[in-house]
Ligand binder design. Sequence first.
Ligand SMILES: [Zn+2]
Length: 218
Amino acid sequence: MACRPERPASSHLLLSSSVSSSSPVRKCQRLSTFLSLTYDDCGDCSLICQFCGALFWYAKRVLTTSTVNQPYYSHCCKSDVVILPFPLTPPHVLTSLYDVPTFRENIRAYNSMFAMTSFGGQVDENINKGLGPYVFKVSGQVCHWLGSLCPQDNKRHRFLQLYIVDTQNEVSNRLSSFDHPSKSRLDDKIVTMLMNMLTVHNEYIRTFKTARDLAAEK
Ligand SMILES: [Zn+2]
């Protein structure tokens, strides 16, 4: 395991010290009144937890148990107390689509198309009328719109209903019910591939399909 010794304080860069009162960069001077222009370089995130392999900066070591040549870390696995399984490997269909430019360009639209629910809540947009970063503010109860599992025939089917109603025409139903500016750029072959992949690998969708089959038998 590679270890990095303590960096001396002289490695810190002080960017504001060269600005004099007669400098034409007065805007920078005013800015420095509010912002610290000191740049601290704490090295690369290249040190490894000996238990789980997580990457760390040297400065994030546990001070009480670490030495210069043997740093210990606990923010990841609490020194081997917490053991998490590795993430599952994505299905090959999905990883192969990553090489398709049109899929990458519209990946958010494809993701939205297969959503099972829709967010419900009283969103307050007035808070974003002034300056500053975007703020997401809701009041009241937050919920997810699911829709009935037995939707009326004369109403447009959406979200979860598309998994269980008229699945013979699921691809065209999904495309026709999807109201999004990028809709014209979506490929029905990719929609079919994603639909088949989810049917095989997604436990919830398999359950819904089973419910649909049981309902159809009655
Ligand atoms: Zn760890």
